[in-house]
Design a protein around this ligand. Structure first.
Ligand SMILES: Nc1nc2c(ncn2[C@@H]2O[C@H](COP(=O)(O)OP(=O)(O)O)[C@@H](O)[C@H]2O)c(=O)[nH]1
Ligand SMILES: [Mg+2]
Length: 202
């Protein structure tokens, strides 16, 4: 049983590793293939917050729509937090970070945290860690660098966001204490839903 439920969205440019990140979290192996997903993908897992509390997190993945910068309103609605991805080896994905922040903020108030995630640090980078850190700080985001391919900082990235959400939970309107999960799921009905329970982070 869990104490809280919240929705997280993983967004940012196409090809930055968002779907691979979610797959890895669900203990699938990293696959080198490129398989664009269609619609909004949604999965959920239960994580430990501390010794006594757990949270069920519903993850929403842009799933191909970000290619056209056309993610639906529904995607950003009712989220407790967001992970904004860019690729440290692709300047364009970094240049688009501001546009993504604007889209997110239009749908959510400033108390909903976003963390900025620089992925693919196994590749030759064109964006320095310092520049990304400064950008993140300017927009009140935490910054973390990861490599989905090498499995670097995967859990830390998720924990960073969860901690951020949990610390400010009084100001966050989108954290549900569990009472009526079915209604919540109906409100935010996904195109596709994969259930995966019992996956604990620690
Ligand atoms: N070198 C490298 N490639 C990655 C990494 N993460 C994802 N990729 C690759 O980048 C491509 C796009 O990944 P995908 O998860 O589909 O990106 P999405 O469009 O943001 O969902 C795929 O070929 C992945 O294998 C990484 O950390 N390093
Ligand atoms: Mg994807």
């Amino acid at each position: 049983m869990y104490n809280y439920i919240f929705k997280l969205c993983i967004f940012g440019d196409y090809n930055t590793g968002k779907t691979s990140f979610l797959n890895l979290l669900q203990n699938y192996n990293y696959v080198n293939n490129y398989e664009p997903t269609i619609g909004v993908e949604f999965s959920s897992q239960i994580f430990k917050l501390n010794d006594t509390e757990t949270v069920k997190i519903a993850f929403w993945d842009c799933a191909g729509q970000e290619r056209f910068h056309s993610v639906t309103e529904n995607f950003f609605r009712n989220v407790a937090g967001g992970m904004l991805f860019f690729d440290v080896s692709c300047r364009e994905s970094y240049n688009n970070v501001l546009e993504w922040i604007t889209k997110f903020r239009k749908k959510n108030n400033d108390n909903i945290p976003i963390i900025l995630v620089g992925n693919k640090i196994d590749k030759k980078r064109v964006i320095s860690k310092n520049d990304a850190y400064i950008l993140a700080t300017d927009f009140n985001m935490k910054y973390i660098e990861i490599s989905v391919k090498k499995g670097i900082n995967i859990k830390n990235a998720l924990e960073l966001l969860i901690d951020n959400i949990y610390e400010n939970k009084e100001e966050n309107p989108n954290i549900k204490e569990v009472c009526d999960e079915d209604n919540y799921l109906l409100l935010s009905k996904p195109t596709r839903y994969r259930y995966c329970s019992g996956c604990y982070i620690s």
